[in-house]
Write a protein that binds this ligand. Structure first.
Ligand SMILES: CC(=O)SCCNC(=O)CCNC(=O)[C@H](O)C(C)(C)COP(=O)(O)OP(=O)(O)OC[C@H]1O[C@@H](n2cnc3c(N)ncnc32)[C@H](O)[C@@H]1OP(=O)(O)O
Ligand SMILES: CC(C)C(=O)C(=O)O
Ligand SMILES: [Mg+2]
Length: 515
């Protein structure tokens, strides 16, 4: 298998992401993690940009022992001097020097003719040779450069002493077929091309950065430039973790591989996200929070039977602990049962079915059903008190200038429907008075408490009540995303227990096997 070199520019092009500014210590921390990851070449910054960046690149050059350390320069002597100053202490220093070659950049930005661009590139590479044995030359905006001129520039760079020639798609304009064709053309037409390495540097303006990098590899590129998490100027750069995992996962296709330590990918992604403040989108390939998470029942069932049904690579390989089966409204019984078993519940098929019905009702109201939600739901639902009264609907009218009122509708065990309305000191009081009227039970509310059993705005509220009737005292619990509904459920639960207690004596909390 052919080795593909990874050139990481998180600390240079990545730092060009608007809002990102890494200090020296942060650059060193990321660089050391990149070294652990096994990155071959680290572009640590643009030393001519500021004294701070020069110091940052220099600190990286001193700290990292097992990767080439690179600084970027325009085709100007003072930029090249600054790079040498910054990287001369590295074990393996390298210069990256560039000039734009496309007609748009030549005309509007550089205001140079073709021959002036060639002269500037030649002069820069010649000057750099007084310091560097390794020089990468980039033809900025190569993607929009006339192919014959790009061949001419590449030939000149090789002749003058560049050891790597980079073909940047600076503005992310290329499609894979076009970009691949540039590499093919250079390979076939430029004299001396076999003496150097060809490199690809892509941007993601059209979402094609990784696809274009892979097309370059398929057409002979030796090196891929990119960043961790794909951060970088505008829409960002090629994500190196995507390239590495695409080559690994489809090795039969590419016959090429990187030599990185896959198990460090996730850790590196987290560190870069933390220090740059660039949040990784949940659906980001390889390192996004959802990259190995499955929510729908059919997928979860497949995953439980055989992971390869829905995963083309394993999360453990990149350092993620395990795949996640997320319970939500699309989940099915297989995943639900598995989750209950993980939480330590051993339930009969019938109990699973009852709980599953309740879980689906809850999932319709909540985005994510957490472990705490599930535990609350199981503990509430599987304690089998005969339900003499079942809550159907509640209507509450509340205004800070009016008396709260509530209308409730209950079903009875015999199939009847009871509907009552009442006013109260507050909404909960109105609900409880309406329930009293409907059930005709004379009870006293001895205690009422409410707590949140999960997190976030759509958290479940759990209400706990104690009702008294003569010598009897019973507890009731109700759970809902709405606290008024939870209050009504708790009250009715207690009334049902009271009726049951009157009939059967001591309380029964049976049919629930919690382990
Ligand atoms: C595609 C890329 O990612 S390229 C890298 C982008 N990174 C950066 O720009 C790093 C941060 N940059 C900086 O700090 C500053 O731009 C500096 C210090 C490099 C230069 O600052 P200034 O001297 O004030 O110039 P300014 O940035 O305004 O303009 C760029 C100048 O460089 C010229 N230039 C641009 N690219 C090159 C090049 N590769 N070689 C030679 N000259 C170049 C421009 O034509 C312009 O020249 P002009 O002043 O004669 O018109
Ligand atoms: C400096 C070069 C390589 C660059 O970042 C680009 O062209 O995108
Ligand atoms: Mg770039």
């Amino acid at each position: 298998m052919r080795k593909i070199y990874l050139f990481d520019t998180t600390l240079r092009d990545g730092e060009q992401s608007p809002g990102v500014n890494l200090n020296t210590q942060e650059k060193v921390e990321i660089a050391l993690q990149l070294e652990k990851l096994g990155i071959d070449r680290i572009e640590a910054g643009f030393p001519a940009a500021s004294p701070g960046d020069l110091a940052g690149v220099n600190a990286v050059a001193r700290a990292v022992k097992n990767a080439t350390i690179i600084g970027l320069a325009r085709s100007r002597e003072k930029d090249i001097d600054a790079v040498w100053e910054a990287v001369k202490d590295a074990q393996d220093p390298c210069l990256h020097v560039f000039i734009a070659t496309s007609p748009i950049h030549r005309k509007h930005k550089l205001r140079m003719e073709k021959h002036q661009v060639l002269e500037a590139a030649e002069a820069a590479i010649k000057y750099a040779k007084k310091y560097f044995s390794k020089i990468e030359f980039s033809a900025e905006d190569a993607g929009r450069t006339e192919l014959d001129f790009l061949c001419e520039v590449t030939e000149l760079a090789i002749r003058t002493g560049a050891t790597v020639v980079n073909i940047p798609d600076t503005v992310g304009y290329m499609t894979p077929l076009e970009y691949g064709n540039i590499f093919k053309t250079l390979k076939e037409n430029v004299p001396g091309i076999e003496k150097i390495q060809l490199s690809a540097h892509c941007h993601d303006d059209l979402g094609l950065a990784t696809a274009n990098a892979l097309a370059a590899i398929a057409n002979g590129a030796d090196q891929i430039e990119g960043t961790i998490n794909g951060i970088g100027e505008r829409a960002g750069n090629t994500s190196l973790e995507e390239v590495a995992m695409a080559l690994e996962t489809r090795k039969e296709l590419f016959q090429a591989k990187t030599t990185i330590t896959y198990g460090e990918i996730y850790r590196t992604s987290r560190l870069v996200s933390k220090l740059t403040g660039m949040v990784v989108p949940g659906n980001k390939a390889i390192v996004g929070a959802n990259a190995f998470a499955h929510e729908s029942g059919i997928h979860q069932d497949g995953m439980l039977k055989e992971k390869t049904t829905y995963e083309i690579m394993s999360p453990e390989m990149i350092g993620v602990k395990e795949s996640k089966l997320v319970l939500g409204k699309h989940s099915g019984r297989h995943a639900f049962r598995e989750k209950l078993s993980d939480l330590g519940y051993e339930l009969s098929e019938e109990q699973v079915n009852t709980a599953f019905g309740k879980f689906k009702e809850l999932a319709d109201k909540k985005k994510d059903v957490s472990d705490e939600d599930l535990m609350a739901l199981i503990e509430e639902k599987l304690i089998t008190t005969p339900e003499v009264f079942v809550l159907d609907t509640i209507q509450v009218a509340y205004g800070n200038q009016s008396v709260p009122s509530a209308t409730i509708r209950l079903h009875t065990i015999e199939g009847g429907v009871l509907e009552e309305a009442a006013i109260g000191n507050g909404s909960v009081d109105a609900i409880y008075k309406a329930i009293d009227k409907a059930t005709k039970e004379e009870v006293e509310l001895d205690d009422y408490s409410i707590k949140s059993v999960s997190h976030g705005k759509d958290a479940l509220g759990e209400v706990h009540v104690v009702l008294k009737q003569g010598d009897f005292s019973v507890q009731g619990r109700g759970i809902s995303t709405d606290i008024l509904e939870a209050s009504a459920k708790a009250y009715l639960d207690a009334v049902n227990r009271l009726i049951d207690k009157r009939k059967t004596g001591p309380s029964r909390r049976d049919n629930l096997s919690l382990i």
